[in-house]
Write a protein that binds this ligand. Structure first.
Ligand SMILES: [Zn+2]
Length: 157
């Protein structure tokens, strides 16, 4: 299980090995993604709180990166946070997520990205539920929920 100390170590020293790498040009991303997805994933935008697809959704499934199909979070780790964005307390695997210090907007935060395609997902905070104490605060637009993992793996082909 990842805790805040692991998150800090990853951001400070080196991130976990990705399971795979997906690299595309900005032009290719623009062609593939919807304008909203592009705004979040590639330009590090933030969608509106509450009025987003997965904020209040608790259907079972696996949340995959909307850019490259890499599995990011399991619905079993999703919990209700009052932030207005889908929140998870653990990633689906250590290698799924990349952590970077983000000093923008006069805040000190840790940005989380898809470790395969470097798509911006959101931020991670240390006010999540025990035992990990982590809150991954993620933009709905950066993910797609799939009913099963076989679909997620098929997406990458
Ligand atoms: Zn990705």
């Amino acid at each position: 299980m990842l805790r805040w100390i692991d998150v800090i170590k990853y951001a400070k020293y080196s991130n976990p090995e990705p399971h795979l790498r997906v690299e595309k040009t900005e032009r290719e991303w623009q062609q593939q993604l919807t304008p909203k997805q592009y705004q979040i994933l590639r330009l590090k935008g933030t969608e509106s709180p509450y009025r987003n697809a997965y904020c209040k959704s608790y259907e079972p499934g696996v949340y995959v990166c909307a850019g490259c199909g890499t599995p990011l979070f399991n619905s079993t780790e999703k919990y209700h946070a009052i932030s207005g964005w889908p929140s998870f307390t653990q990633p689906i695997s250590k290698g799924a997520i990349k952590y970077l210090f983000d000093d923008s907007h006069r805040m000190q935060r840790i940005e989380v990205q898809c470790n395969a395609c470097d798509g911006h997902l959101g931020h991670v905070f240390q006010d999540g539920p025990e035992p990990s104490g982590l809150r991954y605060c993620i933009n709905s637009e950066s993910m797609l929920r799939l009913e099963n993992t076989t679909e997620a793996i098929g997406d990458k082909a």
